[in-house]
Design a protein around this ligand. Structure first.
Ligand code: ADP
Ligand code: MG
Length: 338
């Protein structure tokens, strides 16, 4: 065996990147989340060949000051938390300071960013190395272009599935991010074809309609509820509007899209026998709580979370869905269909 030695920074970044950046959709997720954290009101995502060739994300958010642009691409650099306590009250989507470093480790990246319209900073990186940095005119906000993802990690590239599969993963993540932020106008184009456009009206039902369809929007009913620890709001479908899988159930905890089996089951339990076996509702549920009650630092992608009072929250979800669907029964079908 060779002597123990420290891995080069480039190599260790490449290894770490594997945890955060699994596929093109992971890049889109991380970059759109950064735009959301930067308080953008408009986010435009453009991809070519399902992201395998190019992904561009542009926002009108706060931008990064010149002196911090290169720093943002180093591993474990973040402006979002600074001490241990912060970790237990995370309000931003990001906090690990890993995304930009990970993306730059496994792709070719250009960023143009400015904190106000005028002169901004353009930086170019490939395989984790800064190739160039210069001043460049820019509007306020940040534009990131990611090219040739996994060009230097052939094993990972092989794992990437067909164009259609990758495209559907990207569309799925953008849909959820747009649903979580009805106040942000989001556009998404693949090979210059617009696949999604939300108005940023701030109206969740309108956003649901923009993402799914007018027909779906008409068959969604509002839910709101609360107990001492949790608040619940959103829309769920009438029992007659169902899908064959859970992909149309979107659960957000404090604005973060999460996957949680217990809460999904609680939602379905609220439908009781109204739901046909093997069918799933459409739902967009916003759950808000003290950040102290939810640990988001369970997995690098942060889609899995640990809830301190999962049973209580599940109960709240089930009860509220039951109530709102129960009240629906009193309205004749003809009126409900208006
Ligand atoms: P994290 O989001 O966990 O902080 P990232 O690697 O994604 O880590 O980003 C590093 C830092 O770069 C962020 O903390 C933020 O300060 C800055 N940053 C990244 N993207 C943007 C953006 N679109 N607009 C403004 N600042 C950004
Ligand atoms: Mg981030």
């Amino acid at each position: 065996m060779a002597d123990i030695h420290e891995l080069s920074e480039q190599l260790s970044n490449q290894i770490a990147a594997g945890e955060v950046i699994e596929r093109p959709a992971s890049v889109v997720k991380e970059l759109v989340e950064n735009a959301i954290d930067a308080k953008a009101t408009q986010i435009d995502v453009g991809i070519e060949d399902a992201g395998l060739k190019t992904m561009t994300i542009s926002d009108n958010g706060l931008g990064i000051p010149k002196a911090q642009v290169a720093l943002a691409f180093l591993p474990h650099t973040t402006s979002k938390i600074s001490n241990r306590d912060d970790l237990f009250r995370v309000k931003s989507l990001g906090f690990r300071g890993e995304a930009l470093a990970s993306i730059a480790a496994v792709a070719k990246v250009t960023m143009l960013t400015a904190t106000e319209a005028g002169l901004g900073t353009q930086i170019e990186l490939a395989g984790g190395k800064v190739l160039d940095q210069k001043r460049q005119s820019s509007r306020r906000g940040t534009y990131v272009a990611v090219k040739d993802l996994f060009y230097n990690t052939p094993a990972r590239l092989k794992y990437v599935k067909s164009v259609n599969t990758e495209l559907s993963h990207i569309a799925d993540i953008i849909n959820r991010l747009a649903l979580a932020h009805p106040n942000i106008a989001v556009t998404f184009a693949n090979n210059h074809n617009i696949l999604l456009k939300t108005s940023g009206s701030g109206d969740l039902l309108r956003t649901i309609t923009e993402i799914y369809s007018i027909g779906v929007g008409r068959q969604m009913i509002e839910v709101t509820g609360a107990d001492l620890d949790f608040k619940l709001s959103g829309f769920v479908s009438l029992p007659k509007l169902t899908r064959a899988n859970r992909n149309f159930v979107s659960l957000f905890i404090n604005g973060r899209y999460i996957k949680n089996y217990a809460l999904t089951r609680a939602l379905i339990a609220g439908y009781g026998s109204k739901l046909m076996v093997g069918r799933y509702p459409l739902a967009v549920l916003n759950l808000t709580m003290d950040p102290f009650l939810v640990d988001v630092n369970v997995h690098p992608t942060k889609q899995e979370v640990r809830l301190s009072k999962e049973d209580e929250l599940s109960q709240l979800v089930t009860t509220n869905i039951q109530q709102v669907l129960g009240a629906q029964n009193l309205i004749p079908d003809a009126v409900a269909n208006l």
